[in-house]
Ligand binder design. Structure first.
Ligand SMILES: Nc1ncnc2c1ncn2[C@@H]1O[C@H](COP(=O)(O)OP(=O)(O)O)[C@@H](O)[C@H]1O
Ligand SMILES: [Mg+2]
Length: 380
């Protein structure tokens, strides 16, 4: 019997930390996960491994895995506490108000702005990158996460419109930090708040990265479990610079089914591989069309299964296919992403599922990282 990592993490989400009231996967307590036929092993990160509490947590993991997967499953849960080899000046993760601190520090040594940072990228413009980013953010917020969305697409910042805040400007607090706007349960900042659309073209690379740094370092995001980054389309130097500026957990690549778009999506995967950012998966947008009066039909207008095949070929997860629906565009134009505006629609279901799968892939990445390597502080 083969056991998938997804399945194991799914099951372990049922184990909740009694005080923190969050599940152990979400708290990043599961590390070094390996699965084999009929066997699972991982390290459970606890504050003090020698306590009754830790032993209980260990037993609960074994029980849940056997209940959910197989009564005969071999389960090996090692208890460990996280080794953190950081200087004393590093605060607790997720804390805000650190205002940028020592500029000379390595990026890993500063407290993470968000527990997980996910870039949404595409090889081409107009494939639905912002639509995916907006619905990913809202989908994760619906799952109960604290979520920020940073629109770094200087040439077409469409996030403010998609969240109905295009006429608002973020304010600056007494600490001179930009305060993100909040809409549909998501904290937002956009390059669109800084520049006139007409003037956007004269912005050059360094200005964009400076603005981005400011948004990342000097904004009052508060505690974030997820920060979603809507990247400018393409895989050139501008994107590469941004990707290297931000300590990303991983990237989601959006493509449409056409060969040209797929060729660019392939370049996207390669760009992230080059800078060692894991690709969490690929989403195919505008996959098929179902005429409203023929609800059982699916017309694959641009060819079928292209992104899924590319994902397989490049060994990345496939996060789903989103149909073309008029309501997707209408919801965006009206300022409410479709997963909230029309959750029963096929595209909203696909996008909500995409958000769940992305979260799953993030959990897998986090569980892959060994306890001693991961620079993140769970306990004060
Ligand atoms: N699945 C879809 N069905 C219908 N329209 C869509 C879909 N995905 C995106 N759109 C529309 O296509 C246009 C481009 O999408 P957008 O997300 O802005 O792309 P990008 O950020 O890649 O340039 C927008 O008007 C958007 O509302
Ligand atoms: Mg866009």
């Amino acid at each position: 019997m083969s056991v998938s990592r997804e399945h194991v993490l799914q099951a372990l989400k049922k184990v909740t930390h009694p005080e923190k009231e969050k599940n152990i996967v979400r708290l990043n307590m599961v590390k070094d996960l390996t699965t084999e036929d009929g066997a699972v092993s991982f390290t459970l990160i606890v504050e003090r491994p020698d306590t009754a509490f830790a032993k209980q947590a260990q037993a609960a993991c074994t029980q849940v895995l056997r209940e959910e997967i197989d009564p005969d499953l071999e389960v090996d849960v090692e208890l460990d506490n996280e080794m953190i080899s950081l200087g004393d000046d590093v605060g607790v993760s997720g804390g805000s108000g650190d205002g940028g601190g020592g500029g000379g520090q390595q990026k890993q040594q500063r407290p993470q702005l968000a527990e997980n940072m996910v870039a949404v990228a595409s090889g081409k413009g107009g494939v639905g990158k912002s639509t995916v980013a907006a619905n990913l953010a809202v989908g994760l917020a619906e799952q109960g996460y604290s979520v920020g969305l940073l629109d770094s697409d200087i040439y077409g910042p469409s996030i403010p419109t998609m969240f109905g805040v295009e006429n608002k400007k973020p304010r600056v607090n007494q600490n001179k930090q930009i305060v993100p706007l909040e809409a549909h349960g998501v904290r937002l900042l956009s390059m669109g708040f800084l520049v006139d659309q007409e003037k956007a073209v004269i912005w050059r690379g360094p200005m964009v990265t400076n603005a981005l740094r400011q948004f990342l370092n000097d904004a009052a995001w508060g505690e974030l479990e997820y920060l979603i980054l809507d990247l400018p389309p393409g895989t050139g130097d501008a994107q590469l610079t941004i990707v290297q500026t931000v300590p990303l957990t991983g990237a989601v690549i959006v493509s449409t089914p056409q060969d040209v778009a797929l060729a660019d999506a392939r370049k996207g995967v390669k760009m992230f591989e080059k800078v060692d950012v894991p690709v969490l998966g690929m989403v195919e947008n505008m996959s098929y069309f179902t005429p409203p009066d023929l609800p059982d039909r699916k017309y694959y207008l641009f060819g079928r299964g292209g992104a899924k095949r590319l994902a397989q070929e490049m060994d990345v997860s496939f996060l789903g296919e989103v149909p073309i629906e008029q309501r997707v565009r209408e919801s965006s134009d009206d300022g409410t992403p479709i997963v909230l505006d029309a959750p029963e629609s096929a595209s909203a279901e696909a996008l909500a599922q995409m958000a769940e799968r992305t979260d799953e892939q993030v959990a897998i990445r986090n569980a892959d990282q060994s306890a001693t390597q991961k620079v993140e502080i769970l306990y004060e």
